[in-house]
Each structure stands twice: as C-alpha cells, then as structure tokens.
Write a protein that binds this ligand. Structure first.
Ligand code: FPP
Length: 231
C-alpha cells in the first residue's frame, strides 16, 4: 500500500468529547494527550516517518485561562513523562511555532526532550505549539529580509530560499492532513506546507481517534491520485 511518509493532524474535538461525558474540557485534553502516544505508535506500525500535530495555535491563547493553563501543564508533562517512552520507541521530538512565547516550564521540558531525542530515527514527532500558519510565513519573511539586508542581495526571492526560512525546513511537506472532530477547515495550519497535501476529514473526535481510524485514513490516501499540477 502507498503509505504517506508525513501525516499532519488537526486534533479537534477534545472539548466535545469531555462535554458528552459530563466532564470538564480539561479532561478532554488529558484524554487527547494520551491519544498522542497511541497514534504515534500506530503511525510507526503503519510505516509513517513524520507526524506533525497541531497542539496549540496562536489563537488558542484566547481560551479561558484555566484551559490554557491545563494545556501548558499537559505539554510539560508530556515532555517529562513520555521521555523514556520516546527513547524506547526511537521517536525524535521536534516543535514548530513561536517557542519563546510559551511559559518557562513547558518550554524547558520540551527543549530537554528535543535535545535528548535528537538522534532517534524511527519517527519524527513534530508538535505545533504557539503555531500559526500566517505567523510562520511572516517569521520566514522577516528572516529572509534580515539575511538580505546583511548581504545586500536584491534579486527576487525564490521558493527554495523562502522555504529554507520556515520553522522546520528539513522536514518534507505532509502527504496527508487529517482533521478530526467534523469541522471542514484548516484553521491557520501549515499554510505553505499543505500546498499539495491530500485532506481527510472525519467526524470522530480526537480522543476516539485510534489505530483503526488512522488505518482507514491511510487506506483512503492510498486510493487518491496525486498529480502535483500535472495531468
Ligand atoms: C482542539 O479541541 C484541541 C486542542 C486545542 C488542543 C490539542 C491538545 C491535545 C490533544 C493535548 C496535548 C497534546 C500533546 C502534544 C501532549 P477543542 O478543545 O477545540 O475541542 P472542541 O472543538 O470539541 O471544543
């Protein structure tokens, strides 16, 4: 089967999952956090090489303070408590986004896990935190401009030069984007990188999205014809 090398996921539906059970939204995020480990394992079993997860957007700061705090705690806990697991499974942790905007605790814990897992090769788990697609584009533009002011180069910027200034220029573009939770939009995720990505939307809420659901998405991807603008 034609397995996507790189899958990106918008993990939506934690809040509704919790509400449906009479639980606080935070419990939905906690369940969603467990699902990250399950899906990382399932991705490895499927032969996927890179998984990029949308965990916290630049717009998510507008949520209630307690919910933001829960999420930040979960990110720190994930980086600390999952480190042994990440090592055992050969997972390399990465992040994309404006890391400098995160509170000290998750930022330091993530940084430690990123450094400790840097040489792992089974799966790259790329977590988007304080991430916005437009923010990534303006950050890349600023980087290109800064470099050019130094060099004095005024020739037109090429796509290659611009792409090299993105948050993770060494990672391939996603082959498949999955969005759980029933919404049909990309919500400011990977605006540059999704140019030729296949989209897969499912009603299943993120805490219910398991290995069987991932397999179904990969199977559907296998039936798509990708033409990249050609005939
Ligand atoms: C969207 O669901 C989900 C989020 C904003 C947070 C995603 C975070 C996790 C899955 C937990 C931790 C992740 C890691 C990497 C450890 P929503 O709250 O918008 O759901 P709703 O649409 O049902 O309200």
């Amino acid at each position: 089967m034609n397995v996507p090398r790189h899958i990106a996921i918008i993990m939506d539906g934690n809040g509704r999952w919790a509400q449906a059970r009479g639980l606080a939204r935070s419990e939905g995020h906690r369940a969603g956090s467990k699902q990250v480990e399950i899906i990382a394992d399932a991705a490895i079993a499927e032969g996927v090489q890179t998984l990029t997860l949308y965990a916290f957007s630049t717009e998510n700061w507008n949520r209630p303070k307690t919910e933001v705090e829960t999420l930040m705690t979960l990110f720190a806990e994930y980086a600390q408590h999952s480190l042994n697991d990440l090592q055992r499974r050969g997972i390399r942790l990465r992040t994309i986004g404006r890391m400098e905007g995160l509170p000290m605790l998750p930022r330091m814990a993530l940084q430690r896990a990123i450094e400790a897992t840097a040489k792992n090769t089974t799966l790259t788990l790329n977590v988007a935190l304080n991430y916005g697609g437009r923010a990534e584009l303006v950050d890349a533009a600023s980087k290109v401009v800064a470099g050019r002011v130094k060099s004095g180069d005024t020739s037109p910027v090429t796509e290659e030069e611009f792409a090299a200034a993105l948050y993770a220029p060494d990672l391939t573009s996603p082959d498949l984007l999955i969005r759980t939770g029933g919404e049909l939009r990309i919500s400011n995720f990977l605006l540059w990188e999704l140019s030729y990505t296949e989209f897969y939307f499912t009603e299943v809420l993120w805490p219910d999205f398991g290995p069987a659901e991932l397999h179904a998405a990969i199977e559907e991807f296998g039936n798509r014809q990708r033409r990249f603008g050609k005939v």
